[in-house]
Design a protein around this ligand. Structure first.
Ligand code: ISE
Length: 320
């Protein structure tokens, strides 16, 4: 993702200039610097954050490093776009929220890029138009070709379903209050096996999310919002349709990068535009915290709690 973000910032975002890059693999960092023709390679992430030529930082590192790197950016007073999830637990997210609250204004944007996906934005706009009446249910499907080797059994929730937790909070403009996670007994007991999540919102709506990370056939993300007077669903993106072997078909992307290419570009553009004028865009650290709290309740449900309640403390004023 780091390489993708660097390419997007270098080629599709007016006003952005890559001043420095870091990767745990210096050869890879050097290759990206050569490819985009800009940015020196630093010796550590903290060196990059402290670099006087760096005004803002994009963190796209392993999930377990997000919290410390985001805190380092806040300590340096530099805006940061951190990939999701914001941290590994709600307690860690609370540390980020506390540091940003102490700083006094927003520096953190969390990379919940679906908020910038034109189809997701249209779904929200259609709900807000009032034509469909109140929202009652949101059905979501989220399938990957295969779970990466570093996935553990909880990551279907903490790394994948967090997208839907954020999407549901954002589209329905409410908090998620209770979560129950089911696993089909018929499926193999592997990190990429399906989980089925049922969520209740503070407005009394239901959200269900199927996560299947070993789905084999392609990257497939769907959602249908069911309202009192109609429904709205995301259409399959794609520009062409193939006719061959007696069949008509649409292609599935291999992963999220082509599927959400517009969202990543619009997210990066919104981030740079906002930080250039001293503001912030997209999902906040509070949103990152809320998604992590739902994920944690999901893990508790998975390990025997049944229907797990989500509790959130009072939101600080900088997030209102
Ligand atoms: C991955 O980390 C992402 O963020 C993708 O957008 C998501 O679809 C995938 O399930 C995650 O593992």
């Amino acid at each position: 993702m780091g390489a993708d973000h660097a390419r997007i910032l270098a080629s599709q975002v007016p006003g952005a200039e890559i001043a420095a890059l870091y990767d745990a693999d210096p050869v890879r960092a050097g290759a990206i610097a050569d490819e985009i023709g800009r940015g020196g390679v630093t010796g550590s992430p903290l060196e990059l954050i402290a670099h006087p030529g760096v005004d803002a930082v994009l963190v796209a590192s392993p999930d377990s490093t997000h919290k410390d790197l985001t805190l380092a950016c806040i300590a340096a007073g530099k805006p940061v776009l951190c990939e999701k999830p914001l941290a590994q637990s709600s307690a860690e997210c609370a540390q980020v929220v506390a540091a940003e609250t102490k700083f006094g204004s927003r520096l953190v944007q969390v990379g919940y890029m679906r908020r910038f996906d034109p189809a997701c934005a249209e779904m929200k706009a259609k709900l807000l138009s009032g034509r469909l009446g109140n929202a009652l249910m949101l059905h979501c499907i989220h399938r990957n070709v295969s779970a990466p080797a570093w996935f553990d059994s909880g990551m279907a929730i903490t790394n994948s379903a967090v997208h839907e937790f954020d999407l549901a909070r954002w589209i329905l403009e409410t908090e998620l209050t209770a979560v129950q996670v089911f696993r089909p007994k018929a499926a193999a007991n592997a990190p990429g096996s399906p989980v089925f999540v049922v969520i209740e919102t503070a407005k009394g709506q239901l959200v269900n999310v199927e996560i299947f990370n070993d789905a084999a056939y392609g990257y497939d993300v769907r959602s249908e919002l069911v309202c009192e007077k109609g429904t709205v669903s995301l259409r399959m993106p794609g520009r062409t349709e193939t006719n061959a072997d007696g069949m008509q078909g649409l292609d599935y992307p291999a992963d999220w990068r082509p599927r959400f290419a517009d969202a990543y570009r619009l997210q990066a553009q919104a981030w740079i535009k906002a930080v250039s004028s001293g503001g912030a865009a997209g999902a906040t650290a509070w949103d990152g915290y809320a998604a992590a709290a739902v994920a944690e309740a999901g893990l508790r449900s998975l390990t025997g709690e049944g229907c797990a309640a989500v509790s959130l403390p009072q939101k600080s004023a900088i997030y209102e």
